[in-house]
Design a protein around this ligand. Structure first.
Ligand code: GLY
Length: 441
């Protein structure tokens, strides 16, 4: 432990969010020697095991402000993207009452990397960061958008510009479907304000992987790579979800790919933010496509991923609160990030019907895991307590994380947990990680 860490006092922290990502963050923060009290707003039945849940909406900045003042909070950690894109960091940075508050998350200008696909694409082009060719169109430009589409070859990739909870990307072989999608977004407001502008992109044929960095706008640290499984059904088919599982690290991220990602994407992104005078203090989650042996940016996110957090955070040997504190004190360049030499896999148990309609309030059994913490962890994603019992409260319910000496062992433990937890109409993918295992064997 370095000298500056020893000199610090313990602190009270407020973490915003209620998913598996926030349970994994709370679990990791709760292990810190720097922590005094940890609150999660609003949290779930899992965060309640390691922190105090407070019933505050992460978008209610005034209520958060009051809670921070009344509870001597010195650090606010923002889990999801919506409050960041809505300017929560700017709200607290411009307030005289919160001069000493550390906020983990970028201000609105930085969060726009996720909040607007058009902004992110223009940023990448400006800074020479590899990404698919594109064009953007606003409401009132439907005919121009359709003409542009006519000149492209399938598959067609259409993205709503704004936040759309993972549902704003359409990839289709059918020109009719692509045209209908443009009409729905630009004329019929199918995605509300988020789709009032669209980005049409060239299709990239490759394999997806994500890179995660934490930066103060100058220094950066790279977290383990991860790959998530977005489609609802095995074989990666069916509608998109928030993520049905994840693995980390990703076996095909070799030294060459890592170097290319660092030099062609990570460093130019941080330099680009600086050049554009965009301050940043938090995570950048870079969705990549490996095309041949080269990385291209699919998208930026201004936060950690979910369920990627449920595999990345258990692999951190270092103290997460020290990492956040070094962001606040400008000492990230001195922070020694240590990663376990292990693999992690998580399988998401979801409610029957998800990502369509599903029941809530279903009793979950088998949460008292027989596994040791260094072998398996249960992170709650959409749960709450009802009459003292843990019940489902979302489409994604429980993330079952397995840890092992290699991916195979991590997956085996993850699936053992997935089988041992039970609730009515439980569904999960049985092929998480299999594509990658086949490729490396
Ligand atoms: N798993 C994808 C995301 O967090 O956006």
């Amino acid at each position: 432990m370095s000298g500056y860490q020893l000199a610090l006092l313990t602190m009270n922290i407020l973490l915003l969010g209620s998913g598996g990502r926030e349970h994994a963050m709370a679990w990791k923060l709760a292990q810190s020697s720097l922590l005094s009290l940890l609150y999660v707003a609003p949290g779930n039945a899992g965060t309640e095991q390691v922190a105090t849940n407070v019933p505050i909406d992460p978008m209610d900045f005034k209520a958060i402000d009051r809670f921070i003042r009344r509870n001597d909070i010195s650090m606010l950690v923002v889990g999801p993207e919506a409050p960041l894109v809505a300017g929560i960091v700017d709200y607290f940075q411009t307030s005289d009452k919160h001069k000493n508050l550390t906020v983990v998350g970028p201000p609105k200008a930085g969060a726009m990397l996720e909040g607007s696909k058009d902004f992110a694409k223009a940023f990448m082009v400006r800074h020479n960061i590899p990404t698919a060719a594109y064009a953007s169109f606003s409401s009132g430009q439907l005919q121009e958008a359709i003409s542009y589409l006519d000149k492209r070859k399938p598959p067609y990739v259409i993205k709503a510009d704004g936040l759309a909870a993972g549902k704003g990307v359409i990839i289709t072989e059918s020109i009719e479907e692509a045209q209908k999608c443009l009409e729905d977004m630009l004329e019929n407001a199918a995605f509300g304000e988020a789709g009032s502008k669209v980005v049409i992109e060239q299709f990239m044929d490759g394999i997806e992987v994500s890179s995660f960095i934490v930066t103060d706008g100058e220094a950066y640290r790279i977290l383990p790579s991860a790959k998530d499984y977005k489609r609802v059904s095995e074989g990666d088919v069916g509608p998109n979800t928030g993520g049905m599982g994840a693995i980390s690290p990703v076996p095909f991220v070799d030294a060459e790919f890592h170097e290319k990602t660092l030099n062609q994407i990570i460093i130019p992104t941080i330099k680009g933010l600086k050049k554009d005078n965009i301050p940043y203090n938090g995570f950048i989650f870079i969705g990549l496509m490996k095309v041949g042996s080269d990385p291209y940016v699919v998208e930026y996110n201004c936060r950690l991923g979910d369920p990627e957090s449920e595999v990345i955070l258990p692999l951190l040997k270092s103290d997460l609160l020290h990492l956040f504190d070094s962001l606040g004190s400008g000492l990230l360049s001195e922070y020694d990030l240590q990663i376990e030499d292990k693999a992690a896999a998580t399988v998401m148990l979801t409610s029957g019907g998800y990502p369509g309609g599903y029941k809530k309030g279903v009793h979950i059994k088998g949460l008292e895991t027989p596994m040791r913490e260094n072998e398996g962890l249960i992170f709650h994603s959409g749960t709450t307590k009802k009459r003292g019992k843990v019940v489902s409260d979302g489409g994604r319910v429980i993330a079952c994380t397995g840890l092992g000496n290699g991916l195979e062992q991590a997956l085996e433990r993850s699936y053992k947990l997935a089988e041992s937890i039970d609730f009515s109409e439980k569904q999960y993918r049985k092929d998480i990680g299999q594509d990658v295992l086949i490729k490396v064997s």
